[in-house]
Design a protein around this ligand. Sequence first.
Ligand code: UTP
Length: 290
Amino acid sequence: TKKSVKKAVIPAAGLGTRFLPITKSQPKEMIPVVDKPTIQYVVEEAVVSGIHDILVITGRGKRAIEDHFDRSFELESILKKKNDYIALAELEEIAKLADIHYIRQKVAAGLGHAVLCAEKHIGDNPFAVLLGDAITLSDNPCTKALIKAYNKLGSSVVAVERVPMQEVKKYGIIQAEKVGEHLYRVTDLVEKPSPKEAPSDLAMLGRYVLTPGIFKALSKTEPGLGGELQLTDALKLLLKKEQIYAFEVTGPRYDIGNKLSWIKATVELALMNEEFGSELRAYLKKLLGD
Ligand code: UTP
């Protein structure tokens, strides 16, 4: 019998050098988008996808993440005194979202290394990986779609989207054969290729469902690009043993580690906001002169 996906790993230990200076003393994953830190959107995506056991990979200077998902008795008692039950409920909701565990990656040695830190917690089970600095927006949550595909295929499934050819160097790119609607069978992978080397324009966007076979592959993978242990290289090794599929998502996704992408996420989500979305729309129109 096939095991189901019950756990998720959220790597959040990176240094965030592309978003300096804010990331000097703030975890990148705590950068707010409208009124929530980025990582809360990520945890909520895991929860709506049916996952309630989450392991966050943290590191030095990342303690604000743990505080955010913890209870804050002082704040709660002040809100109670003020009879602000709406804010209170919201606060309690955050602390109840999921069973969140933390482990520290002692050196930021790459995304692959961060995932390998989860081996003990995950054991011999399939699991989801959601990058702590990437937000996906869709009526059909990305991780939920990957889990559905995993349940059907019994193999690892990575989420991909098409990117402009001049941007392939920012991503892990797959080579693949189309086998169904939105579905591909992966035949090769390469981390941050030049447009010339890239086997396609299908880029991995930071959502994965992986079989536990990835741990063995990771432990055999040598440091790659930038001296970091790359998840893409481990997937390439896993591909020698197991099939890997890719699921093409269409909804927008934002890499919060990139300043422009963060601004876009903020504007797009703010425009959807019930309280001030329409006012913002009017303001932007005026600012840009229609
Ligand atoms: P990035 O590729 O954006 O790397 O990580 P980074 O180091 O955080 O940022 P830059 O490139 O210096 O600006 C993608 C996700 O993987 C996590 C990050 O926290 C982020 O959520 N990560 C990355 C780790 O957990 N550990 C690592 O060693 C590297």
